[in-house]
Write a protein that binds this ligand. Structure first.
Ligand code: CA
Length: 150
């Protein structure tokens, strides 16, 4: 299975508009699994994603995320790196090792700001990266950009 880069896709410039238009039809809403242990930040991200037309399922740690994946097939994972128990990076690695989630887009959110942590996140299989404190709009636009076009 080949993965086409966004930059090679002539339709990509209109991707955000297309996702929002699709969002008006409930059946076509893109699904996101949001993994964040801090309830207030999770709510902030959830609100932003719902406003952007996503259907959102929440998990507060890595184990719950893996559990939710059994019944909720997301188009995207928004993943905080700092989680209790299994760390976000480990979850990233696990998702990349599974055949059913190897191509699932992952948007990492973290308070970590140094370049080596960012590089590590991307090396572990994350597709994009948002550093706290983040703008909810920036996070939403990055999320939309990662959703595969259907
Ligand atoms: Ca956290």
């Amino acid at each position: 299975m080949s993965y086409r880069r966004h930059s090679d896709d002539p339709a990509f410039s209109d991707a955000s508009v297309m996702v929002v238009e699709k969002a008006e039809s409930v059946a076509a809403r893109p699904r996101v699994l949001l993994v964040e242990d801090e309830a207030d930040i999770r709510e902030l991200i959830r609100y932003s994603l719902v406003q952007g037309g996503f259907e959102v399922e929440e998990a507060s740690d890595g184990a719950e995320a893996l559990e939710k994946l059994r019944e909720f097939a997301p188009d995207l994972i928004v993943l905080d790196l700092m989680l209790p128990g299994m760390l976000g990076l480990e979850l990233c690695q696990r998702l990349r090792a599974r055949t059913d989630t190897v191509h699932l887009p992952i948007l990492v959110v973290s308070a970590r700001t140094n370049a080596s942590d960012k590089a590590l996140g991307l090396a572990m299989g994350a597709d994009d990266y948002v550093t706290k404190p983040f703008s909810p709009r920036d996070l939403l636009l990055r999320a939309i950009a990662l959703v595969p076009q259907r």
